[in-house]
Ligand binder design. Structure first.
Ligand code: TYD
Length: 208
């Protein structure tokens, strides 16, 4: 048994996950907690196939894309060198930028949850997170942040997609809240105010 926890960040594109993850990492490191940061899609081979599809370089059907994310996630959990399970077993708390809630929200809005949900929650290789933090930002604000930060947009970054994904996340959280620890945090505030809530949610899980 170890006290290490598995914490997942979710949010729309432009919701500020990167900033909040960095602030959380700093806070936990200062308190002496070993922490590792990771993200999906991963930097491994399947992650590369996914990035090509997201960038519009390769065309994939929604089912194909969902299966690629699933395979990438299984490898992410199980990789013996630096996988999520290996890190947790070493006593390192894992903070992951996106996880299966993203597949359920993004791919689920196109293909439904009929096979996608059991494929994730029923797969013994896929680790259930101790906490999922959703950084909640209104569609218009995400749209504005994406415009300010980039010259091009990925397939899910059009304003219409952002709105659909937002609705899809709500449905997923409604469905999973009885079995998962999900904290929805209003992230349309200053990074410091948001971080305060993030650190307190994580503190509850870590018992600090
Ligand atoms: P990326 O630019 O890597 O990161 P982010 O937007 O989180 O900073 O984009 C990842 C994209 O992949 C994002 O649009 C959400 C999407 N995605 C899915 O559609 N399904 C998934 O399972 C995951 C993990 C991500």
């Amino acid at each position: 048994m170890t006290s290490a926890k598995f914490i997942v960040f979710e949010g729309l594109d432009g919701s500020g996950k990167g900033t909040q993850i960095a602030l959380l990492q700093r806070a936990l490191t200062e308190k002496g907690y070993p922490v590792c940061l990771t993200a999906e899609p991963t930097q491994h081979a399947t992650g590369g196939l996914i990035r090509d599809a997201l960038g519009g370089i390769t065309k994939r059907t929604p089912h194909e894309l969902a299966a690629l994310f699933l395979a990438d996630r299984i490898a992410h959990c199980e990789n013996p060198a630096d996988g999520i399970r290996a890190m947790l077993e070493k006593g390192t708390t894992v903070i992951c930028d996106r996880y299966y809630f993203s597949s359920l929200a993004y791919q689920g809005m196109d293909i439904g949850l009929d096979w996608l949900l059991p494929a994730h929650v029923g797969c013994p290789a896929i680790i259930k997170p101790d906490l999922c933090i959703f950084l909640d930002v209104p569609t218009d604000e995400c749209d504005r942040r994406i415009s300010a930060g980039r010259s091009s947009r990925e397939i899910y970054e059009t304003r219409e997609s952002i709105e659909r994904v937002r609705r899809s996340y709500s449905e997923v959280f409604e469905r999973l809240s009885p079995t998962h620890n999900i904290k929805i945090i209003n992230a349309a505030r200053s990074p410091e105010d948001v971080s305060w809530d993030v650190i307190s949610a994580v503190g509850e899980v870590l018992g600090i």
